[in-house]
Design a protein around this ligand. Structure first.
Ligand code: TA6
Length: 298
């Protein structure tokens, strides 16, 4: 773990009274927060812009419970995984483990933070007691005019392992029902076990959706109430997940306030299911996302 004296002036590691530890970066280009639990990006506000990442006001911020919101990292599986039996914990163990801050560097306001997780650090996290196959994961977050998030995983053992990975981005929007996602037109998807041939037009949700689209294309999210467009540039993804619980499921979730379902849309960068990878000993695999916002107001 980095020593506080090795942090640049624009960065600090803070411990919330509730227990959460966060790396806070506040440079002349952007303010970004990363929870050490799961290396979860919790906030990104470019200078002159608004919050782009949703976190629920009812999220549990004790540093142990996965936060409802942010950019949780799903590894080494997504959801309940790729086998017939559900793989637990849901979305893998990386989001429930405490990552280490390795380095933070400021280059004229563009700040690069590197966080790491190894197999040993996973033992004893919620739902996971045994030493997994040896791996080294690093999350590189570049906070500046854009936000870049890159997850790299290396097989440190002697046998290959399979994995799924996803960046489960909760985008803050003014109103879900007025939000449009472009870039998935004509793409097939599955939802609740049913396959659909092709998305008709851009994606617009009126409530609950849990769709796995077979495309890793770059996407554009229009958020008219906030007067902006959010561009998502994906690296090495095979699928896009579009998720919102809608009002009925939100009312059942203790870590999401009842009205908040309309305040976000999850648009996720994923390498999953038939496109999961087998990582050979010594091999590195990478998945990444660049998020850029543009104002649509004159
Ligand atoms: O990515 C979509 C999804 O897998 C949904 O099925 C949904 O339940 C969501 O993730 C949230 O999962 P979580 O384990 O964070 O409650």
């Amino acid at each position: 773990m980095i020593s506080p004296r090795d942090l640049p002036l624009c960065a600090a590691i803070v411990t919330d009274p509730r227990g959460e530890q966060r790396l806070v970066i506040d440079s002349k280009l952007a303010r970004t927060e990363i929870g050490l639990l799961g290396a979860t990006v919790l906030s990104y506000v470019p200078v002159g812009g608004k919050e782009t990442i949703f976190v629920s006001r009812d999220a549990v911020r004790d540093g142990v419970t996965s936060v409802r919101g942010g950019i949780p990292l799903c590894f080494p599986w997504f959801g309940w995984g790729y086998r017939d039996e559900p793989m637990k914990p849901r979305h893998g163990y990386a989001r429930s483990a405490t990552w280490k801050v390795e380095s933070v560097r400021d280059n004229r306001g563009t700040v690069t933070a590197v966080l790491s997780l190894s197999a040993q650090n996973v033992v004893g996290t919620p739902g996971w007691d045994v030493l997994p196959t040896p791996f080294a994961a690093t999350l590189t977050v570049v906070s500046g005019k854009t936000l870049q998030v890159t997850l790299e995983v290396r097989n440190e053992g002697g046998v290959p392992f399979e994995c799924e990975r996803a960046l489960h981005t909760y985008l803050a929007v003014h109103d879900l029902t007025a939000t449009t996602v472009r870039g998935l037109e004509g793409v097939g998807y599955t939802e609740n076990g049913v396959s659909f041939d092709g998305q008709e037009g851009p994606v617009r949700l009126s409530g609950a959706a849990d769709r796995l689209y077979s495309s890793g294309a770059n996407l554009r999210v229009e958020d008219p109430g906030n007067g902006r467009v959010i561009e998502l540039t994906n690296q090495n993804s095979s699928h896009a997940v579009v998720w919102n619980p809608g009002p009925a499921a939100a009312a059942q979730m203790s870590d999401l306030a009842n009205d908040e379902w309309a305040r976000f849309i999850c648009v996720e960068t994923a390498r999953v299911r038939e496109d999961r990878v087998t990582v050979a000993p010594g091999e590195n695999v990478v998945i990444g996302l660049t998020l850029a916002t543009h104002s649509t107001r004159q």
